[in-house]
Design a binder for this molecule. Sequence first.
Ligand SMILES: C[S@@+](CC[C@H](N)C(=O)[O-])C[C@H]1O[C@@H](n2cnc3c(N)ncnc32)[C@H](O)[C@@H]1O
Length: 291
Amino acid sequence: MNTLWSSRIQTAEMLYQSRALRFSDAFAPLYRPALRLDGAREVLEIGCGPGALAQALARWYPNARVRGVDRDSGFIAFAREKAPQIEFTEGDALALPYADATFDAVISNTVSEHVEPSGFFGEQMRVLKPGGACLVLAARRGLKKRAPCLAEETPFEAALWEKAGARVSEADKARGVGAYAMDEGALPQTMEAYGFRKVTSVYVSLNFTPDNPDCPRETALAIFENDRRNDLDATDLLLNEAGDLVTADEVAEMKRLINARYDRRVGLYEAGLRQWDTTVTLTQIIRGTKP
Ligand SMILES: C[S@@+](CC[C@H](N)C(=O)[O-])C[C@H]1O[C@@H](n2cnc3c(N)ncnc32)[C@H](O)[C@@H]1O
């Protein structure tokens, strides 16, 4: 039973909401030419977390058998409940529980930066069939412009973050989160060094601007809820990591303030008062094939 990631680093609900938005069907026309998975029958998502990408792949490639593997039991239980039709397995990327040459494609999203590369790519090479594709998705620096009402942190919140915030990043660092991060050039170079051929690097950019007239209301509300969940979860992590510096009452008050801000943002949206907050994501998709 390993729930380190889901209990200490990112919750299943938060990751699922964020990825369900990023891998929604509206963006399939952007992802499909970049992924080039048509024709793949056996597909494995490594470090699948709560399973939103695996679910998207199963929708976009109905002829493929998509499976997911992750080390975190909490994520696997969550993924199984959300999508019982997909096989999700608890397992380590460094010792994948599959036979050699099983898959036509293996894919991961924001995982390569956390796993030692020789084992990570070595295992993917082993489970791929000759000619199979290894796809690595990495989040790159995008853009975030908060609405004025969401950017208003109170002195009370600023003081708590100042006092205890460093603990969260120190704890993540100690657990090896992001220990193997590579830049836009080093990642494709590393895949070539581990034997992948025909390596390509492309980018998919997504624009989440709720006030745009062509942004559906459902998507706008999902953007607000995703950001709200992110901010609320951050306060829980603060309490988990720095329970000696912050109290449960202080965290409850932080959550009340966060909820009030997001309620206000939703109210402004519903009243048609535009705020022009924007999140632009940039995902690098590196694809290589096993010789
Ligand atoms: C940033 S999360 C991304 C999760 C998912 N790909 C997504 O985009 O929602 C990193 C994931 O990698 C998983 N992970 C980290 N090291 C792993 C390992 N050695 N084997 C399997 N999974 C691992 C974590 O449990 C976590 O689910």
